[in-house]
Design a protein around this ligand. Sequence first.
Ligand SMILES: Cc1ncc(COP(=O)(O)O)c(C=O)c1O
Length: 459
Amino acid sequence: MATSFGDQLSSSQQLENLFEQVVKEVQHIGSEVHTVGEARPELAESSQSYIKELEENRGRPLFYPYIGSGIGNGPYVELQDGSIKIDLINGIGINIMGHSHPRVIQAGLKGAVQDVVMQGNLQPGKEMVRFAKKIVEIAKRGSRLNHSWITTSGSMANENALKMCRQKTDGARMIISMNAAFAGRTTMMAEVTDNDTMRVGLPRYDEVLRVPFFDKNNPNSIEDTTKIMKEHIEKHKGNICAFMFEPMQGEGGYNVAPREYFLPLLELCRENGIPVWADEIQTFCRTGEFFAYDTLGIGDYVDVCTVAKTIQSGCTLYTDELNPKPGLIAGTFAGSAAALSSGLEILEMMDKEGYMGPEGKVQKIHNQFIGMLNELNETTCKGLLQDAGGLGLMCAVTPLDGSREAMLNLAKKLYENGIIAFGCGRGPFRLRFLLPAVLEEKHFSAMKPIIEKSVLELA
Ligand SMILES: Cc1ncc(COP(=O)(O)O)c(C=O)c1O
């Protein structure tokens, strides 16, 4: 077969050997990052100056005094102050393979030697082609989604999805979304997000209709939500462009719902020609299947799905019917060649190396993590780590008295003691974990005493 010079570049053995050498050296240095450790006084000044510089530049403090040193090893990450922590939030879900993963780095290096840094819609490269092919191949297994549009963030993928839904419904204005939804940070996604603290000073566009998410404490939750959805559809007939939902809520509190909750809502959409849009920006790759719609068995209803985070870029997946007319969707960047190449490698690993399914690594990590939290809640931390749950790598627990203050104090205490987590929910306020898929037995033994100690220090 004829080859281009670019094909020669991609298959150059000399380059491959160099990349391997680079990865080996990274691993050699990273092998020292294998246990939780305190900040080193001799690095305090350097770390502080980075933090101060960034905080002054942004005009706002950082949530954690975190500046990465640039190296890690699985769930362990070294910070610029020399401390080593177990990262159980991964930049809110980006680094599903943990830190300094050799194959993620090697794939990134291959992308980095391409002629351009960023690939775009006018200038795609082979990385973009391969990435798009793989993600559609995965999506098609359990749904009618057979196209993808790549972009640079979850919010942008959501904006593209919204435009597709509106065009499909002749410019219908209203979106049905859930209470406690989170949709991103653009002006429109701040409107779809159900959190007033995230839109202080913004005007309201009144384009969102709310339905309650599943409430396990309300025996009539399914009927109640279905009734409200019916009322919205009746009142706004012909003017609803989409039903958008997170199959498992992230920011809103790691709320899970059974299939039976979604089915009547999805049937109503089907009957009324309302496009169904699953926002899987946080759930993608994490719930034990690639898509949470697969975990829930509702893939056939989905017309549009948005993903981001783990794939190192953003992407809108859509059916033939939602395929937009020319001119509606564009944008300069699709993503960097390195990001697309690493994103593809992550998808390949998750697909072929035993992560998915009821017996897969994701589910095993979930069971062990939740089991550990429950054991602490029943023994040394009695009643102080309640309601541990979630799906797959998305786990949360209600700590202490469930107040915002207690949750924030615990997050900061854990950070001090060597574990990075984050919060979610509105009351109870929950501690959330986006676990890396590389956790092993030894990591659980390392994290358990830290969680126990941190909770007891605040009890
Ligand atoms: C469900 C959901 N939608 C949208 C977004 C926005 O994605 P991004 O921050 O990449 O714009 C997020 C990010 O946390 C999310 O969790």
